[in-house]
Write a protein that binds this ligand. Structure first.
Ligand code: G6P
Length: 443
């Protein structure tokens, strides 16, 4: 990695989240000296790229940091010789997300952006595009790290691990967010909190929590059961029962509510659908508001309204990760990497989300302290098996793998339901699923 001058390519640069990332690059310029920052998008995202790019330029000028900002629709130009490629795109934009959330609800199944049948549909659309980007990286920037933030982040990262040579690390804001919540519950600073997280993206369990070296897990579980607000913006704040938490022996993540509180979550989704639509529609409104603000030429900072999105602290996580790689820091961060035997009950070549040591050679998983009890192992194995099948389905256009993926998913529940969901998903995503073109001819 070149010292003193870094090139970064942000794929999906026109995203409303970009000011968050720019803020991170500005704040950490002293430890991550980015000289060239390429925001790249597709033709359909051109207008958003121009608006968000102009704001990014104002932010950089105001902060007076020597980052050269480039806006482009030429992905290859952005990737060439990059040190880091970050991906934050949404294939099919928010309309596709709305369909992902609505199709399952039609059949009384949870409809969610990353979890269950919704996340499955998003994976089918996203994986071919990500693998195409990987081909460019292999050719034009073979030493680059791809920091993947694109959802479903764990499944997308696994596709890259299995189907390309690109050095990749999958990233989510939940681990850093959880640490911050723990610090606030214990009324202490984040730097004093250490956690062990084990699992896969959006299905990880915090199995150990220490403050200043003291094990405070039981105290935290008690506090969590009594406190409101231990969730992310996009997931309802339904509280956890103490008996449940104690018997689980770990802190579940926000997304576990879709499994452990399935009926209540479904009921909430169906009611919201009638009253105001799905999360995608809420996000559309926030985005309209944000892009209106971004066009104000007086604005030269990230607006507070961005906090209405679920991806809080995303830049913190991304920039922290890149800075640790660049500076060979050897600190611990929770990211998505290849299992390689760390979680012994899962195959070696799948992606997992665990604590890793971050150095100039990437992310190296730390051995897990806590043996996984059956209550964690069972759910983890079944959802991981679903993810493996989804990667095969998406990468190869394999209808049978797709059918089995949905059939074993705990939020789908039967082969009959899986078939109905799958056929609707394929039909309604036709234009984004070239890998299924043979199958789609028959549907
Ligand atoms: C959470 C997740 C992210 C996800 C976001 C959705 O924070 O960790 O992976 O992208 O929520 O937020 P949104 O505002 O788009 O519903």
């Amino acid at each position: 990695m070149r010292k003193g001058s870094l090139k970064i390519a942000v794929i999906g640069g026109g995203s409303s989240y970009t000011p968050e990332l720019i803020e991170g690059f500005i704040k950490r310029f002293h430890e991550l000296p980015v000289s060239d920052l390429y925001l790249v998008d597709i033709e359909a995202g051109k207008q958003k790229l121009e608006i968000v790019g102009a704001l990014a330029k104002r932010m950089i000028e105001k902060a007076n940091v020597p980052i050269n900002l480039h806006l482009t629709l030429n992905r290859r130009e952005a990737i060439e010789n990059a040190d880091f490629v970050t991906t934050q795109m949404r294939v099919g934009l928010l309309d596709a997300r709305a369909r992902d959330e609505r199709i399952p609800l039609r059949y009384q199944c949870i409809g969610q952006e990353t979890t269950g049948a919704g996340g499955f549909a998003k994976a089918l659309r996203t994986i071919p595009v990500i693998l195409d980007i990987c081909k460019d990286i292999e050719e034009l920037a073979p030493n680059a790290y791809m920091i993947n933030f694109t959802n479903p982040a764990g499944i997308v990262t696994e596709a890259v691990i299995k189907h390309s040579q690109v050095k990749t690390i999958g990233l989510c804001n939940l681990p850093i967010g959880t640490k911050m919540q723990m610090a606030s519950l214990m009324d202490t600073e984040v730097s004093k909190v250490e956690i062990e997280m084990v699992g896969i993206n959006h299905l990880n369990w915090t199995t150990q929590i220490y403050v200043d070296g003291k094990n405070v897990k039981d105290e935290i579980l008690q506090k969590v059961s009594e406190t409101k607000g231990i969730t992310v913006k996009n997931i309802p704040d339904f509280g956890w029962n103490l008996d449940f938490l104690t018997s689980l022996g770990a802190l579940p993540c926000s997304y576990h509510r879709y499994y452990y509180m399935k009926e209540k979550m479904l009921e909430e989704q169906l009611e919201s659908l009638k009253a105001k639509g799905t999360r995608a529609e809420a996000v559309k409104k926030v985005e309209e508001e944000l892009f209106e603000l971004y066009q104000n030429e007086q604005l030269a900072e990230k607006p507070a309204q961005l906090e209405k999105r679920g991806g809080a602290y995303y830049s913190e996580a991304a920039v922290n990760l890149m800075a640790s790689i660049y500076n060979d820091r050897k600190d611990i961060q929770t990211v998505n990497v290849k299992n390689n035997g760390v979680i012994t009950c899962l195959p070696d070549d799948v992606s997992i989300e665990v604590n890793c040591i971050i150095d100039s050679n990437g992310a190296h998983p730390v051995a897990i302290q806590t043996p996984l009890p059956p209550q964690i192992r069972g759910l983890l194995q079944v959802v991981k098996a679903y993810e493996e099948l989804t990667v095969t389905a998406a990468a190869k256009g394999d209808y049978h793998a797709a059918l089995q993926a949905l059939s074993i998913h705990p939020l789908v529940g039967s082969a009959n339901m899986a078939k109905k969901l799958l056929d609707d998903i394929l039909e309604e995503n036709r234009e984004y699923l070239p890998q299924f073109s043979a199958v789609l001819g028959e549907i």
